[in-house]
Design a protein around this ligand. Structure first.
Ligand SMILES: Cc1cc2nc3c(=O)[nH]c(=O)nc-3n(C[C@H](O)[C@H](O)[C@H](O)COP(=O)(O)OP(=O)(O)OC[C@H]3O[C@@H](n4cnc5c(N)ncnc54)[C@H](O)[C@@H]3O)c2cc1C
Length: 323
């Protein structure tokens, strides 16, 4: 039995009968042959910062460990290939050191490079899909290495086609970056600020993230637990209760609401059921403060969703994955 309790950000007690690490596609091909992965009897983990682990995994657990960064083109249109197992924030530091620009606003997000495209990580006015040119995967069904280009990934807000295509294991990600630093100040916390360097912007973002998000040691968490709801302008205008909430235009006929504000408006900030609940510091963050498991988390999730729906007729969507 492999203990995976320290490999997930909620610190849930979890074990796997079979746990295997791979660093490259050759090792993955070998594992696939030896363990018959084409039957779908596996699940892939990164750092477990967006996943809810079961008490015991029924499937084989695979973890990407490769940490290589290959510079394919270092002039003007920079292109790099990064192995799936590298820590996302180490990539931010690498790019800053090399003067490769574009990812600064995503500084401080935990997890691995391989998981970043799965939910199209985003923060501070930026989504990772804007800099992904293609992705190398091992297709377990066809037993073949493939390259999926940006369009095929069907990226959208915290979504991609990898969520529905679990037979594709991401082995590396190709990023196209710029040689010119152009600070993205579109997000409200950054407007009217100026940054003389990418490092200054990265430092600022890491600092505000630390202030906003509960400390993961004392309050194990997965960052935002629900997506910000995007609803049609017609439904928004028809529902007078929503007019009290902050809304942003998401497209000509859609508005985006703040899930955190919705939860807070219903007095659910700081609520607890058994050992988990919504953070008293940030209403959108589910925290585990006592002994709990995936069922306790489902209970909190269901309660919050029901209360929100009853008041606002909005279906909140969960961001992390139950594995
Ligand atoms: C404190 C905190 C703050 C956060 N802030 C943000 C934020 O600002 N923005 C944001 O978008 N997210 C945020 N997150 C969520 C999380 O950091 C990201 O989703 C991250 O990309 C998850 O990486 P991971 O390696 O931990 O993935 P895991 O949780 O291990 O896996 C996530 C999913 O990806 C799949 N997966 C993992 N690796 C692979 C692979 N190689 N091939 C195929 N599938 C794979 C898993 O099966 C699972 O379905 C935050 C989380 C925490 C704890």
């Amino acid at each position: 039995m492999y203990d995976l309790s320290h490999q997930n950000s909620l610190k849930l007690q979890s074990t796997a009968e079979t746990y295997l690490e791979f660093s490259n596609t050759d090792e993955l091909v070998e594992i696939s042959k030896n363990y018959g992965l084409e039957q779908g009897n596996f699940c892939v983990i990164g750092e477990g910062t967006n996943s809810i682990f079961p008490i015991s995994f029924k499937n084989i657990v695979l973890k990407a460990m490769g940490k290589d960064i290959k510079i394919i083109n270092s002039h003007e249109n920079i292109l790099i290939e990064v192995s799936a197992g590298l820590e996302w924030d180490d990539l931010i530091d690498f790019c800053c050191e090399k003067n490769f620009y574009g990812l600064e606003n995503l500084a401080g997000i935990p997890g691995t490079v391989g998981a970043a495209p799965v939910q199209n990580i985003g923060a501070y006015g930026k989504e990772v899909s804007e800099n992904i040119s293609k992705i190398e995967v091992f297709d377990i069904k066809q037993k073949a290495i493939k390259y999926i280009d940006n369009e095929e990934c069907k990226f959208s807000y915290r979504d991609s086609f990898f969520k529905k295509n679990k037979h594709l294991i991401i082995t590396s990600v190709f990023f196209s970056l710029s040689s010119i630093f152009n600070a993205n100040l579109s997000y409200r916390d950054l407007q009217n600020k100026s940054f003389s360097s990418a490092q200054a912007l990265i430092n600022y973002i890491r600092k505000i993230r630390l202030k906003k998000i509960p400390d993961r040691i004392s309050y194990p968490n997965l960052g935002s637990f629900f997506k910000n709801p995007i609803i049609g302008k017609k439904s928004f205008n028809k529902n007078p209760k929503l007019s009290k909430l902050t809304s942003l235009s998401a497209s000509p006929d859609k508005v985006k609401l703040s899930a955190g504000e919705i939860i807070e408006s219903l007095g659910l900030k700081g609520m607890r059921i058994n050992g988990c609940g919504m953070s008293a510091q940030h209403a959108l963050v589910l925290v585990c403060t006592g002994f709990c498991n995936a069922n306790d988390i489902r209970r909190v999730e269901k309660t919050v969703k029901e209360i929100v729906f009853n008041e606002y007729q909005i279906n909140l969507e969960t961001e992390p994955f139950y594995l």
